[in-house]
Design a protein around this ligand. Structure first.
Ligand SMILES: NC(=O)c1ccc[n+]([C@@H]2O[C@H](COP(=O)([O-])OP(=O)(O)OC[C@H]3O[C@@H](n4cnc5c(N)ncnc54)[C@H](OP(=O)(O)O)[C@@H]3O)[C@@H](O)[C@H]2O)c1
Length: 232
């Protein structure tokens, strides 16, 4: 295990945030669900605690959640990404921000529509500066797979970021929830992971299956390549 962290999931009332929060809580991390609304946060935390049968999650307003966390995970829609980061910015200094944002622009979510600056997550790193180590991860992991605690999440995780130690911590967090994650280069490379999200959605639509994922192949077991974990 990566060590036991307090993780704030900003947007943890939504699909992806709930899935990640549930799995992180089951893995033994302390989870704080962040929301713009205290009651929604508390309700989402209570739902996790009911499923796990123990008090593993609490709820708080986004800013308070981020302030209380060791590591902050961002799971809000692209349209809300920058404003949400600005809202919690003061609480992020010195921390890792794991950003799962894929820049989807409804209704054409199965079409790659990267922002003019290329990577939506690199834009957040540029906004926050070096005091916050921003990492992109989990863009390709479907929420419904995360929420199905009895099922395997058949998808690797590409971890991009300019700080190798922050990537390593994120890879370990992914391993804690049963996912194989990979150092995938600097934060600008997150454009590729984000673009893949729309590719996977196009595949899902064409093959009428909600669960397309990616696997990295061709890497022998070695230092830096996490062993594929047992199904969690
Ligand atoms: N869904 C997936 O399968 C999936 C997979 C991989 C990556 N992602 C990425 O994860 C992120 C979240 O996706 P999602 O499907 O979980 O989204 P979602 O359920 O639509 O929204 C997540 C949460 O974001 C907050 N939010 C929504 N609109 C907002 C706004 N205008 N301003 C501030 N906060 C707002 C809401 O929380 P409160 O109202 O409680 O504040 C909401 O519960 C996206 O960037 C998406 O690309 C999703």
């Amino acid at each position: 295990m990566a060590g036991s962290f307090t993780l704030a999931i900003i947007g943890g009332t939504g699909a992806e945030g709930q899935g990640l929060a549930l799995r992180f809580a089951r893995a033994g991390h302390r989870v704080i669900i962040g929301s713009r609304n205290d009651e929604r946060a508390a309700a989402a935390a209570a739902a996790i605690n009911r499923r796990l049968g123990r008090e593993a999650a609490t709820g708080a307003a986004n800013q308070a959640a981020a302030a209380s966390a060791d590591i902050v995970v961002l799971t809000v829609p692209y349209a809300a990404q920058r404003a949400t980061v600005e809202e919690v910015r003061d609480a992020l200094a010195g921390k890792i921000l794991v950003d799962a944002t894929a820049p989807l622009k409804p209704p054409k979510v199965a079409r790659v529509q990267l922002p003019p600056e290329g990577s939506a997550v690199a834009a957040i790193q540029a906004l926050l500066g070096p005091a916050v180590r921003v990492v992109s991860a989990f863009q390709n992991v479907p929420a419904h797979r995360l929420k199905d605690l009895d099922g395997a999440v058949d998808c690797d995780v590409l971890v991009c970021g300019d700080d190798a130690a922050a990537r390593e911590t994120t890879i370990a967090l992914a391993a804690d929830i049963g996912l194989t994650a990979w150092h995938a280069g600097p934060i600008v490379n997150s454009a590729a992971a984000a673009a893949l999200t729309s590719v996977l959605m196009a595949i899902n639509m064409r093959y009428k299956s909600p669960g397309a994922g990616i696997r990295i192949t061709g890497i022998a077991a070695q230092e830096g390549a996490a062993e594929r974990p047992a199904v969690v």
